[in-house]
Design a protein around this ligand. Structure first.
Ligand SMILES: C[S@@+](CC[C@H](N)C(=O)[O-])C[C@H]1O[C@@H](n2cnc3c(N)ncnc32)[C@H](O)[C@@H]1O
Length: 250
């Protein structure tokens, strides 16, 4: 039954993508169904992210979550946040985020485009983005990392969580570092069906080396870890005397 529901929702998602003229229109239109289709997987990803961050001993952080969607991840992150701002293009997705986080008084949500960041007048210990890489064209990625870096407090980090390719969920939840021929074939079919939601194979899940060079070209340290099938990328400021402020607060 669940598989059938997911199938129907997936078809609906592709149709919505085909008739939408932008990401904002797509997410505004699909927002009421997003959690039904992706909620479970995003909960799992959010848990993986929390474990990844807990492993670094991080807590009491000022957090900026880019592309926060319906606030599933924000809800989990709020327990290690002194304050959290969730930013998203889609007001409809944000209305779900607001409802989900209505008791998390340390969270607030704002509408905005992460390619032309609204003025926030503050910096953050953690800038994170879960499941948004497919929305960042390769040509904009390095500059986007640079914009994220500009928002970091001394000692701050950027964390990108990259879920497995959807079909990989059925194949052991691995985020392959290189695409197999089967992945390429499925991606081609997906891209034919997905309208403007086409996925750039070089950035979706795969080309860790590309992501690494964009991060290192920005003078940041790169680390990656497979956390329960989700690829976690961590970019941190080098530990120079100018930014030695510890991020772990007691
Ligand atoms: C796949 S959803 C992920 C949502 C959420 N992070 C989660 O894990 O459930 C991608 C989100 O990124 C947002 N988004 C895409 N492009 C954006 C942009 N340029 N600026 C801000 N948000 C953007 C979309 O509106 C959508 O809510």
């Amino acid at each position: 039954m669940k598989k059938l529901t997911n199938f129907i929702l997936s078809v609906r998602m592709y149709l919505t993508a085909l008739i939408s003229d932008s990401e904002k229109t797509f997410y505004d239109t699909f927002s009421d169904h997003y959690d039904l289709l992706f909620g479970e997987e995003q909960e799992r990803t959010a848990n993986a992210l929390i474990r990844f961050l807990a492993g670094s001993g991080l807590k009491d952080l000022k957090i900026l979550e880019l592309g926060c969607g319906t606030g599933i991840v924000s809800n989990k992150l709020s327990c290690i946040a002194s304050s959290l701002i969730g930013l998203d293009l889609s007001e409809k997705m944000l209305s779900h985020a607001l409802a989900r986080n209505r008791y998390n008084s340390n969270c607030r949500f704002i509408a905005g485009d992460f390619f032309s960041m609204p003025k926030l007048n503050e910096n953050f210990d953690l800038v994170c983005a879960v499941g948004v890489l497919p929305h960042i064209p390769i040509s904009k990625f390095e500059k986007w990392i640079s914009d994220c870096k500009a928002l970091l407090n001394p000692g701050g980090i950027i964390v990108l969580a990259i879920s497995p390719l959807p079909w990989r969920l059925f194949l052991g939840r691995k985020s392959p570092k290189e695409l197999s021929q089967l992945d390429i074939l499925i991606l081609m079919i997906y891209n034919l069906l997905a309208g403007f939601l086409r996925v750039d194979a070089k950035i979706w899940h795969v080309k860790e080396i590309f992501i690494r060079s964009a991060i290192e070209n920005n003078g940041l340290l790169f680390e990656s870890k497979d956390e329960d099938g989700t690829l976690m990328i961590r970019a941190s400021l080098p530990d120079t005397s100018a930014n030695k402020t510890p991020i772990v607060k007691n």
